[in-house]
Design a protein around this ligand. Structure first.
Ligand code: FAD
Ligand code: SF4
Ligand code: SF4
Ligand code: SF4
Length: 413
């Protein structure tokens, strides 16, 4: 019997799933089993769209379709829980769903759950270890300029042993070190470089390839069982014949730990680089004011942030941000910093989807890490509420209307 805390090698018993899967197809086998056995009503995962630069989120209710989601898309920079919420709100908010989540996705799911945007009781969260993802446009440029390969001929990509590796339809196989690529401005997104959620242990399972050694390397998934729910799924899937498992060897566990630590150190290095170059105090403020002066007020940073959820967004209140002005008054950005910086999970959406390439995520993450060191609140790891998130929006709106006061805590008393 598998129990919480176990570390296993696992693989699918189905040849087609093993072939299509990234490292043994365990996740795909688990998703299919959960759906077939009625443990969940649907599966939410991503699959390749028109090419491997196009990661498409998909809600699946037919077990036969689950195999179409097998494999890892390193250019899949999408934030899964916000998309899932949009999808289930229009389908059925009470659906039980098995969902695959990267580290930032799991963190976002927790912050959304705190704000009643997702119900974690309805989810089986299958986490994937994550070394990082690459923006599709950057990947195309990088493959063309650094690899000397036409990006449209690439049929497979992977990140292995610190290298970004591509394979073309005619059998070309080329890898370049991530460090080299990133020093030259290619490679992972800036938020991924700063990310320290490498093994998402707050999910129900944490799956990856780090630590899979010997003849199992590349053919089995390293699964850390991180909750009772995760253990139940593993046991049921093994008993149902969907997966096979064996205990991970001590050497594999040791290697996995070393790689994770090296990645955490790398995250610290990038944080220092990104945050130090922002300066402090007024210099930092000036940098933010200069960059945000090109804002076109498209609201993309707000709509795609997992922490922004208000129905009546304060940035749309004419007495706070005068309407009709582009760029908007700096208050637009100050409201966002004030409302969400304590809970930012560094998912990068506000930067990647900003049409004028403002480094929103770098700014917000810098403030979040400062607040974390001051108040100790760590977003995205459990259901602890942030320091000021003690009210719910509808109740608070009612209170505001009834009292005419927008002070949650009356600091002038
Ligand atoms: P499969 O059966 O192939 O299933 C993979 C699942 O991942 C599918 O359900 C698919 O929908 C989902 N998926 C694919 N791409 C994305 C995406 N972009 N966002 C969300 N879900 C996605 N493991 C490590 O040990 N070290 C790493 O550095 C590492 N980096 C990763 C980076 C990314 C962007 C991703 C997506 C995964 C990464 N992994 C990493 C996990 C690893 O690649 C495998 O997903 C894991 O070993 C499980 O293999 P499997 O054969 O069981 O999965
Ligand atoms: Fe992976 Fe972290 Fe980047 Fe999310 S922010 S894609 S978890 S490296
Ligand atoms: Fe993600 Fe940006 Fe929101 Fe932070 S502020 S959680 S990086 S979208
Ligand atoms: Fe401004 Fe960029 Fe946000 Fe759009 S996404 S509102 S341009 S900061």
């Amino acid at each position: 019997m598998v129990t919480k805390g176990d570390m296993l090698y696992a693989w699918s018993t189905d040849d087609a799933i093993r072939e299509a899967g990234e490292t043994g197809g365990t996740i795909t086998a688990l998703l299919k089993f959960a759906l077939e056995s009625g443990m969940v009503d649907a599966v939410y995962a991503v699959r390749k769209g028109i090419d491997l630069y196009d990661a498409q989120p998909v809600l699946i209710t037919d077990p036969k379709e689950v195999i179409s989601t097998a494999g890892s898309l390193h250019m899949g920079t999408l934030l899964v829980p916000k998309l899932l919420r949009r999808c289930v709100t229009s389908a059925d908010p009470n659906m039980k769903i098995a969902v695959v989540l990267k580290g930032c996705d799991v963190m976002a799911a927790y912050e959304m759950a705190k704000r009643n945007q997702l119900n974690l009781d309805n989810l089986i969260m299958i986490g994937v270890n994550c070394g990082g993802s690459v923006r599709p446009a950057v990947a195309r440029k990088m493959i063309k300029e650094k690899f000397g390969i036409d990006p449209d001929t690439v049929v497979k990509e992977e990140i292995d042993k610190g290298q970004f590796i591509v394979e073309t339809a005619d059998g070309q196989h080329k890898g370049i070190s991530m460090d080299e690529l990133e020093e030259e401005g290619y490679g992972r997104r800036s938020n991924c470089r700063r990310c320290k959620m490498k093994v998402p242990r707050q999910a129900d399972l944490a799956c990856g390839n780090w630590g899979v050694i010997g003849d199992k390397a590349g053919n089995a998934t390293f699964v850390e069982v991180t909750s009772e729910k995760g253990a139940n799924l593993m046991n049921a899937a093994a008993q149902g014949g969907a997966i096979k498992t064996e205990a991970a060897p001590a050497k594999g566990i040791e290697i996995r730990g070393k790689v994770e630590n090296a990645m955490l150190k790398l995250g610290d290095k990038w944080r220092e680089k990104y945050f130090k170059s922002m300066g402090t105090g007024k210099d930092r403020l000036q940098l933010i004011m200069d960059q945000t002066s090109r804002c076109i007020r498209c609201y993309s940073c707000i709509e795609n942030c997992p922490v922004c959820y208000c129905v009546e967004c304060s940035t749309k209140k004419p007495y706070l941000v005068p309407p009709g002005e582009i760029p908007p008054n700096f208050m637009f950005h100050l409201i966002r910093f004030a409302h969400i910086s304590d809970s930012c999970v560094n998912c990068g959406q506000c930067e990647e989807l900003c049409p004028v390439e403002i480094e929103n995520s770098r700014f917000m993450h810098a403030i979040q890490t400062d607040l974390e060191s001051m108040f100790g609140y760590v977003p995205g790891v459990d259901m602890t509420l942030p320091v000021l998130a003690l009210v719910e929006e509808p109740t608070e709106r009612e209170r505001l209307t009834a009292t005419g006061s927008d002070q949650i805590f009356d600091i002038f008393k």
